[in-house]
Design a protein around this ligand. Structure first.
Ligand SMILES: [Zn+2]
Ligand SMILES: [Zn+2]
Length: 147
């Protein structure tokens, strides 16, 4: 058997070792949240950066009172400061939130998510929604059977 593998330029797998391409495939599926059995409902990494378009469309406001702090740098705003407002109504220094959204797409305060340019992550979010929907369907069915 070893002769055959050597001839093909392959190496026999050590015990317990998986062929690389299978490993790659499994990781790919897990990354995309489509590996049903292992679907935990959580993205395995920090979500990807916010879509450039979504960041560009954030509202800029002028602070008219100085009672709030920027949740990222924790410095108080001064009256008249320019600030960026997320759709969840949380307000940040433009420089703070731009740096943040360049790394991940969600509000650091409440985790409100902006859209991303990452196809894999968007597919994951859809799958997550479907998983929630499935659970709701099962609950509805359960309730209609047992109530
Ligand atoms: Zn700040
Ligand atoms: Zn928020």
């Amino acid at each position: 058997m070893a002769g055959y593998f050597e001839e093909m330029g392959w190496r026999e797998l050590d015990e317990g070792e998986q062929p690389d391409h299978l490993l790659h495939m499994a990781r790919f599926l897990m990354d995309f949240g489509m590996y049903e059995d292992n679907f935990t409902g959580e993205w395995p990494r920090l979500p990807p950066p916010a879509a450039k378009e979504a960041v560009k469309n954030l509202n800029e406001i002028v602070i008219d009172n100085d009672t709030t702090n920027c949740p990222i740098c924790l410095k108080a705003f001064n009256s008249g400061d320019k600030a960026t407002k997320m759709p969840c109504n949380h307000v940040f220094h433009p420089a703070c939130i731009l740096t943040w959204l360049d790394k991940t797409n969600s509000c650091p305060f409440c985790r409100y998510e902006l859209p991303t340019d990452n196809e894999g992550y968007e597919a994951f979010k859809k799958e997550k929604k479907r998983a929630v929907q499935r659970k709701e369907d099962i609950d509805t069915l359960h309730n209609s059977m047992f109530s």
